[in-house]
Design a protein around this ligand. Structure first.
Ligand SMILES: NC(=O)C1=CN([C@@H]2O[C@H](COP(=O)(O)OP(=O)(O)OC[C@H]3O[C@@H](n4cnc5c(N)ncnc54)[C@H](O)[C@@H]3O)[C@@H](O)[C@H]2O)C=CC1
Ligand SMILES: N[C@@H](CC=O)C(=O)O
Ligand code: NA
Length: 434
């Protein structure tokens, strides 16, 4: 340790000792001296808590006091800040957050589920107590996008924010694409690498990305968090054939979270999209995340980095602790809760864009004409089409890219085909990023 510290140590209680908690312990140990110089004081874990005291976590926990009842932490005067790395929108994480913020104890969390659902209430508690509520790890893991949006881009009116917000899905999609491996096999690997949520359906069904998008949208637009109006589609129904057809058409498939704000309302959606090869998001691979924000003075900002895993996520948690030690914090959502605007949701059907439609159909005369008639009657104009027969049965895969048109017309095409006995499975629609 150097002798340049300005203050006594920042004393931390760490709750949750899984992937991220373990990473935080390792990072605070490995970079202790540098962190102390940057923070102006050493950052020391004094107390730890998790569900299972006896589990081997691959880190030495003996220097720390084990606490069985985490609800005792908010009242302790020998603890300066509580770090919550349990997860879950409600339950013990939320109880702990409320107790800490009500008791005037600064609070650091990586819990995007809790923030997406209860962020405004928690921010109001922090505001009332005049203390820090920090959550850099909650969105895009190690990328300092919360700081970037809250501080760096704070002068701008942001019209659109979008990006790849889930490391597990990006790892699955890009590994399937590059190595031709199956979905379940790659998901298992993402879990072993510590990327996935405790319940991985939150990842693959797009819910985790929606939690993060909710937070980003509030920061970007100065609007209240509105998780309930995020339209969510995950990657469960993306087939290896879609990835191959998208590649043949000049695209890569990514799970994209996108939010736009304008006079027509707040548009928020998470869905697999076709990303043109010349767009930077097409080159974001593995557990990388990326966020694009378009500001009226700064122009296009592009943030990229590791969105999941112990090291990157711990990096964000400890950055928050350094801010707490420096006494550098402000309103959790970049302005007082009362100043956040209430914005109604926009009508997605009126959006104009291009789309990819995939049909698995019977290989028999008239099927192509049936689909073409449905698109024509719905007012959808076709830009390109690929049709391939399967070698193992008499099915045909038809992949269509439309010209730009209203999304409601694409949905109308599907409605016209609903119930057709030519379709062997439900069609897939993916919008194309422009
Ligand atoms: N793993 C990652 O790459 C990232 C995770 N996060 C978030 O960080 C948080 C922690 O995630 P992980 O470390 O991956 O989870 P994990 O499942 O590896 O660890 C969770 C820890 O919390 C403890 N825990 C769970 N329920 C508890 C309860 N009721 N009482 C006491 N302890 C309890 C477990 O014993 C375990 O030590 C979650 O909110 C997650 O969404 C955020 C960014 C990235
Ligand atoms: N499960 C999440 C972890 C980080 O937020 C992901 O895969 O991105
Ligand atoms: Na982050």
């Amino acid at each position: 340790m150097t002798n340049l510290h300005r203050h006594a140590p920042l004393r931390v209680a760490l709750v949750g000792l899984g992937t991220v908690g373990g990473g935080v312990i390792r990072l605070l140990q490995t970079n202790a001296d540098l962190i102390a110089r940057r923070a102006g004081c050493p950052i020391q874990i004094v107390a730890i808590s998790a569900r299972d005291r006896n589990k081997d976590r691959g880190v030495d926990l003996s220097p720390f006091e084990w606490v069985d009842d985490m609800t005792t932490l908010p009242g302790r005067e020998d603890i300066d800040v509580v770090v919550e790395l349990i997860g879950g929108a409600d339950g013990p994480a939320l109880t702990l957050a409320r107790q800490c913020l009500s008791a005037g104890k600064p609070f650091v969390t990586a819990n995007k589920a809790m923030l997406a659902h209860h962020g405004l209430d928690l921010a109001a508690l922090a505001e009332k107590a005049g203390i820090a509520l920090k959550y850099e790890a909650a969105v895009a893991g190690g990328i300092p996008v919360i700081k970037g949006m809250r501080e760096g881009a704070a002068a701008n009116e942001i019209s659109r924010v979008y990006g790849i917000l889930n490391g597990t899905c990006n790892y699955i999609l890009t590994t399937m694409e590059k190595e031709g491996r199956g979905f379940d096999d790659v998901l298992k690997e993402a879990q072993e690498l510590g990327f996935a949520e405790a319940d991985p359906s939150f990842d693959i069904d797009g819910v985790d990305a929606a939690h993060k998008l909710t937070i980003l949208a509030s920061l970007a637009f100065g609007t209240e968090l509105d998780f309930d109006n995020v339209a969510v589609t995950g990657i469960r129904h993306v087939l290896a054939e879609d990835i191959a057809e998208a590649a043949a058409l000049g695209y890569r498939i990514r799970l994209v979270g996108m939010a736009e704000n304008g006079p027509e309302g707040l548009f928020q959606r998470v869905h697999p999209m076709l990303v043109p090869l010349d767009h930077p998001l097409a080159h974001v691979d593995g557990s990388l995340n990326a966020v694009v924000a378009e500001g009226n003075f700064v122009g296009r900002l592009f943030f990229q980095g590791r969105g999941a895993g112990d090291g990157p996520t711990a990096s964000a948690v400890v950055a928050d602790l350094i801010d707490v030690a420096r006494d550098e914090y402000g309103d959790a959502f970049a302005m007082p809760v009362a100043a956040l605007a209430q914005q109604p949701p926009a009508d997605a059907g009126a959006r104009v864009g291009r789309a990819y439609l995939r049909f698995k159909v019977q290989d028999r005369p008239g099927v192509l004409a049936e689909i073409a008639a449905a698109t024509r009657d719905a007012g959808v104009s076709i830009e390109s089409m690929i049709q391939r027969g399967a070698s193992h049965d008499d099915s045909v895969l038809m992949a269509i890219v439309t010209h730009a048109g209203e999304e409601s017309c694409v949905l109308n095409t599907l409605e016209r085909l609903a119930g057709s006995d030519s379709l062997l499975q439900a069609p897939m629609v993916m919008h194309i990023l422009d």
